[in-house]
Design a protein around this ligand. Structure first.
Ligand SMILES: C[S@@+](CC[C@H](N)C(=O)[O-])C[C@H]1O[C@@H](n2cnc3c(N)ncnc32)[C@H](O)[C@@H]1O
Length: 310
């Protein structure tokens, strides 16, 4: 699969970037993007407001205690992470963002396949990735690290695919990790949650058989993605696998997106251009991986699976 990117540097894209550089316009667009997402979610049966409220109803004190327990007080956040994301002013570092992650994912993925239901689209997306993992990785991994695990949706799905493996979820948002931990308690799952940057993790060399990352690279500047690939190589046993699932910039869905919708999308994703223009295969090779297996796993997502070179 061609991982060289499409028209992220074209005239239309420059126009969009020019519009987004005007702060009040960008704020208005973010507001509209968020309103559109919530409305759309509710219209397809994802109870955005109610589900987020149910999580918040556990109470501030309970959530603050969970946060204190999971967060690493010595962690310094990379600057790029402190940008607004997804129309949240403080990006991924808030309870509002954390309590809305799951519903946002259900809504975003609901219509990837026209015949999937409101929550089934997300499940099917993850399954489409895991089918490729099962095909490409001959021996089931015993130790799995999910980088950018967020509230655990990708971690739990990996755990269901490899029930005998020890799963670790790592993320930079302690708010997201607090929700992940709560979900794990609710479903009696054993997962280790780690508050860290994916490019500088606390694990020893050769700790994992599989390092997986779902839907994270599009939130990263190119330098961070490259640093994370190098860290993944350090963490993998020789012959272990790095698996990446994210948006496919070459998909027709993005090419055909109405300019207004594309502008709204970009207003909430500050590093989309960097992701769309990064040569992922070359970046993996530079980090010490074999030429990756690459495939589309949904009409708008792609998967890379590469082996850690000895
Ligand atoms: C769109 S979410 C994807 C969540 C999840 N993997 C899934 O498939 O639903 C991207 C996640 O990556 C995390 N993230 C972004 N940059 C990171 C970094 N440098 N290190 C660790 N986590 C990071 C964000 O906090 C966020 O939770």
């Amino acid at each position: 699969m061609n991982s060289a990117p499409p028209a992220a540097s074209g005239l239309a894209s420059r126009l969009v970037n020019g519009i987004l550089a005007i702060a009040p316009v960008a704020d208005l667009l973010k507001h509209q993007a968020r309103a559109m997402m919530v409305k759309r979610a509710e219209s397809i049966g994802v109870q955005w407001t109610q589900e987020a409220e149910t999580l918040r109803a556990r109470g501030d004190a309970t959530w603050q205690a969970a946060l204190a327990q999971i967060q690493n007080p010595d962690l310094t956040y990379p600057d790029y992470y402190l940008q607004p994301f997804h129309a949240y002013k403080t990006g991924n570092l808030s309870w509002q963002a954390a309590t809305e992650v799951e519903v946002a994912a259900y809504a975003a993925h609901a219509r990837i396949w026209s015949d999937a239901g409101s929550k089934a689209g997300d499940a099917r997306l993850r399954e489409s990735f895991h089918v490729l993992l099962k095909q490409q990785i001959p021996t089931d991994p015993q130790t799995i690290l999910d980088l950018g695990c967020s509230v655990g949706m990708s971690t739990f799905a990996l755990q269901d695919t490899y029930p005998n493996a020890r799963a670790t979820g790592l993320d930079l948002s302690p708010y997201f990790l607090a929700i992940a931990q709560y979900r794990a308690q609710q479903t009696q799952r054993a997962v280790e949650w780690v508050h860290s940057a994916a490019e500088a993790t606390p694990f020893a060399d050769s700790s994992f058989d599989l390092v997986s990352t779902c839907l994270m690279c599009h939130e990263l500047p190119q330098e961070a993605t490259q640093a994370i690939f190098k860290e993944a190589r350090r963490l993998l046993k020789p012959g272990g696998h790095l698996a990446i699932m994210d948006m496919n910039p070459n998909s027709e869905v993005f090419a055909k997106l109405p300019p207004y919708v594309f502008t709204l999308l970009k207003s909430t994703e500050p590093y989309l251009d960097e992701y769309f223009t990064l040569d992922m295969e070359q970046s993996m090779a530079n980090a010490g991986f074999s030429k990756p297996f690459a495939a589309q796993n949904s009409p708008r997502h792609r998967t890379f699976i590469a082996i850690a070179r000895p």
